[in-house]
Design a protein around this ligand. Structure first.
Ligand code: GLU
Length: 462
């Protein structure tokens, strides 16, 4: 008799919830719901420098918005250090790992000299260094083949010569991703590891570790196809709109996005594209997931969304649209109230939040460009600074002042004007810093880039 499935979604808190993680969560969830299994949420937050409570909140919010409720967790790797330390002790005791004090530069240098592939060459294998903190611990990869069967990719094998002696513990004593990942899957009795194809190469290491730790029966693997953008490039934050919550903020329906995500690598076997969640639970089969990369097509998503929208009873459409609009501007409602004289003002003071792109008044634009010689310079400097700051009103204010100074514009009002116009399309509005905080970093920067392009186009024709 086989055990009831236990599956997990194990996001690292990076600050936003990627649509690819949404798809992985959905497939795990569908599988759990279909089999009466357990869906676990585990936060892989071993990278302590990047941890923030709000990142975890964002993960939970995005999952719940998509309707993907978990049965256990969230578990936090940051709270499970003892477990990883015990596993590392076991690996040390059995001689499965060794200490290494090579620097990244030395490793790269030697790789260059031998002209082979980059990666670690086993230099410290036989040096017998003590496993002290300050040294990285590496797994001693044995000769042979590491292969596994994948429900989607079938037999995947690799010559161990192509697997470097990978690290399991950082030199500061923290466990590395792969170690914590394996220990947790064993401890949480995960039966099926359903995750993105970007982890295939980790799975070879995973199984070497799993066996060295004597964990017994191995989980079944299913690596979901990569998700590419329309140009066939890997979906990435730099190029594409990848945050689940950006779709929510742009007014997509959760059910529609969930439906669309289900089609990224899977189909019910006929040409149906609109499926209820019950249908998905009943018909989803891991074995039917394709291994070829899927293509994320926003046009397609929009057409799925419009079908969902049209299927809503009108009163529900009205109430959901109102709730959505309110959600968007409620955080700055007191600031809007101070400035609005009519409901029409409320609308025009907040519409930059709902529109995919701001509506830019050409006359205002021309005037501002004429009046402010530092226009492009400020926008350019602001976009660069916004990319790396904390995203809150005070930091946005400081970064804008600094951008102004950099562009030779000392007065804050002057530095503020191009940013406001680029981002909201207007020359007046609610306080800018709070507005930008609410709009979000990605949209703000994208709008500034669009404004810079507009300036350039203006120059070309003007
Ligand atoms: N934390 C990993 C990631 O965010 C997931 C690892 C896994 O699913 O095994 O990519």
């Amino acid at each position: 008799m086989s055990a009831t499935p236990r599956v997990r979604i194990a996001p690292s808190p990076t600050g936003y919830f990627h649509v690819g993680t949404g798809r992985t969560a959905l497939f795990n969830w569908l599988f759990a719901r279909q089999t009466g299994g357990t869906f676990i949420l585990r936060i892989e937050d071993t990278d302590t420098a990047r941890n923030r409570p709000e990142h975890t909140e964002g993960i939970k919010r995005a999952l719940l918005w998509l309707g993907l409720d978990w049965d256990e967790g969230p578990y936090f790797q940051s709270e499970r250090a003892d477990l990883y330390a015990a596993a590392i002790d076991k690996l040390i005791a059995s001689g499965a790992v060794y200490a290494c004090d090579c620097t990244a530069e030395q490793i790269a240098e030697r790789a260059k000299e031998r002209g082979g592939p980059p990666g670690y060459d086993g230099y410290c294998r036989d040096r017998g260094l003590e496993p002290d903190v300050g040294r990285i611990l590496r797994f001693c990869v044995p000769k042979g083949e590491s292969g596994f069967h994948d429900l989607i990719r079938k037999d995947v094998s690799k010559d161990n010569n192509d697997v470097e002696d990978f690290g399991v513990r950082k030199s500061n004593g923290d466990p590395l991703f792969i170690l914590a990942n394996v220990v947790d899957d064993a401890d949480m009795a995960i039966t099926h590891v359903i995750r993105g194809a970007d982890h295939v190469s980790n799975t070879h290491k995973y199984l070497l570790l799993w066996r060295a730790l004597g964990y017994g029966p191995e989980p079944i693997f299913a690596h979901l196809p990569l998700i590419n953008n329309q140009q066939g490039k890997k979906l990435s934050k730099r190029r594409d709109k990848v945050a689940v919550e950006d779709y929510r903020d742009d007014g997509y329906m959760a059910e529609a996005l969930r439906n669309y995500l289900a089609l990224l690598g899977w189909s019910p076997g006929d040409d149906r594209e609109i499926l209820s969640v019950e249908e998905m639970i009943a018909e989803f089969r891991l074995e039917n997931v394709k291994s070829a990369p899927a293509k994320f097509d926003e046009v397609k998503l929009t057409s799925v969304n419009s079908e969902y929208l049209r299927a809503l009873p009108v009163d529900e459409l009205v109430s959901r649209a109102q709730a959505w609009q309110l959600d968007r501007w409620e955080p700055i409602a007191p600031l809007v109230q101070e400035r609005a004289r009519t409901f029409a003002d409320v609308y025009s003071l907040t519409d930059f939040l709902y529109r995919t792109e701001p509506v830019i008044d050409q006359a205002e634009w021309d005037k501002a460009v004429r009046k402010s010689p530092g226009f492009a310079g400020i926008l350019d400097a602001a976009a660069t600074r916004y990319a790396t700051i904390e995203w809150d009103a005070a930091s946005i204010h400081d970064a804008t002042v600094a951008a102004g100074t950099e562009a030779g514009v000392g007065q804050l009002g002057k530095a503020q004007a191009p940013v406001r116009l680029a981002v909201t399309g207007r020359s007046v509005g609610p306080p800018l810093w709070e507005s930008l905080e609410l709009l979000g970093r990605d949209r703000t920067i994208a709008r500034i880039h669009a404004a810079l392009e507009r300036l350039q186009a203006g120059r070309a024709t003007g």
